[in-house]
Design a protein around this ligand. Structure first.
Ligand SMILES: [Zn+2]
Length: 345
């Protein structure tokens, strides 16, 4: 057995050590040698506990006696691969706290559709999170407002966003498989569709794109930059909860001129520059939820939008119903199929 990577041991008093802080386990009556061995293990030993202990003259019986006093989550089996990446090490610590280890992200493909400064920021966070493949889609040129430290360079303004974003990500994450997408948002190459698309829009979500994802059963997370905030969510799983058309219909219920305004927002063509800290917060929130989806963990943005702005440190949120006129819910699809069946009959 080996010490769980990232799990810390704290000295409390002679003969007394503490494993972890949250959910701490306190060991008392330890000998100086036992405290020393625990410190050594927690300092980053990757060899089996028995090997580390034997090197310090411990017998197998002494090791077994110490193991019985340790919390079971402090040790991992020898067959478990050593977790090297920061996200994997973080999840190892959560596992020690009783949270089930999530699905391996390395088998998941995510797509970022819309590569302005915010979209590129989200793409970098997803790549850093250790996903298996990343698809980047955008037909627009780099604008002056897209330039920021760590993002697009001023020399790239006017050139296409997708190749510039791909070049940056290849420099930062040389081992991550990357692909571009065609104008319809379909990944180029033979690897197939992404598991989730993060859609970045300004003003309102692009109905052509979200309807395409809805009709192909492709989950998508809406991120919309608006005048005063960034609206992150909902994360739409087609057939489960409200879709983005449900939201438009709900908005129209509240203001029957909303479709007229939405059309103008889509055609405005002038992206809103974002306040820097709230842009980072919005990017982190979108990446957090996309990675939760990748991990098959619960997602907070189903039927919910979080509104990130420069004033509130904690995002406000709004929940959305399935709109009865949309027809995207399974029961609507079922009744629609039955109606079609009646007509056919
Ligand atoms: Zn709907």
């Amino acid at each position: 057995m080996r010490w769980r990577p990232g799990l810390t041991v704290y000295w409390r008093a002679p003969g007394e050590s503490q494993v972890g802080i949250e959910g701490a386990h306190i060991l008392t009556g330890l000998s100086p040698g036992e405290q020393e061995l625990l410190d050594l293990l927690a300092a980053g030993a990757t060899e089996p506990l028995e090997v580390v202990a034997a090197r310090r003259g411990w017998t197998g019986r002494q090791v077994a006696a110490l193991v019985t006093r340790l919390p079971p989550w402090a040790l991992i089996e020898d067959g478990v691969p050593v977790v090297a990446s920061p996200p994997a090490a973080a999840w190892s610590r959560w596992e020690a706290a009783g949270v089930e280890r999530p699905r391996d992200r390395a088998g998941v493909c995510l797509q970022v559709d819309g590569l302005d400064a915010l979209g590129l920021r989200i793409a970098c966070l997803l790549a850093e999170g250790g996903i298996g493949r990343l698809v980047l889609a955008d037909e627009e040129p780099v604008r002056p407002g897209d330039v920021r430290p760590g993002g697009y360079r001023s020399s790239e303004v006017g050139g296409p966003r997708a190749p510039a974003a791909l070049a940056l990500l290849r420099r930062l994450f040389p081992h991550l498989p990357l692909a571009s997408a065609d104008a319809a948002g379909t990944p180029c190459g033979d690897e197939g569709a992404a598991d989730l698309v993060v859609m970045i829009d300004h003003g309102v979500s692009d109905p052509l794109r979200y309807r395409r994802y809805l009709h192909t059963d492709l989950p998508h997370l809406a991120v919309v930059v608006r005048e005063l905030d960034v609206c992150v969510g909902p994360l739409v799983r087609p057939g489960h909860g409200p879709c983005l058309r449900c939201i438009e219909l709900t908005r129209t219920d509240a203001d029957d001129r909303w479709p007229v305004l939405a059309t103008q927002l889509r055609g405005s063509g002038s992206p809103v520059p974002l306040e820097s800290a709230s842009a980072a917060l919005a990017a982190a929130l979108a990446a957090h939820q996309a990675l939760a989806f990748a991990d098959a963990r619960p997602v907070a943005l189903s039927a919910t939008s979080y509104l990130v702005d420069a004033i509130h440190p904690v995002p406000r949120f709004r929940t959305w119903p399935v709109h009865p006129a949309c027809g995207c819910a399974p029961e609507s699809l079922d009744s629609g199929a039955q109606r079609a069946g009646h007509r056919g009959g």
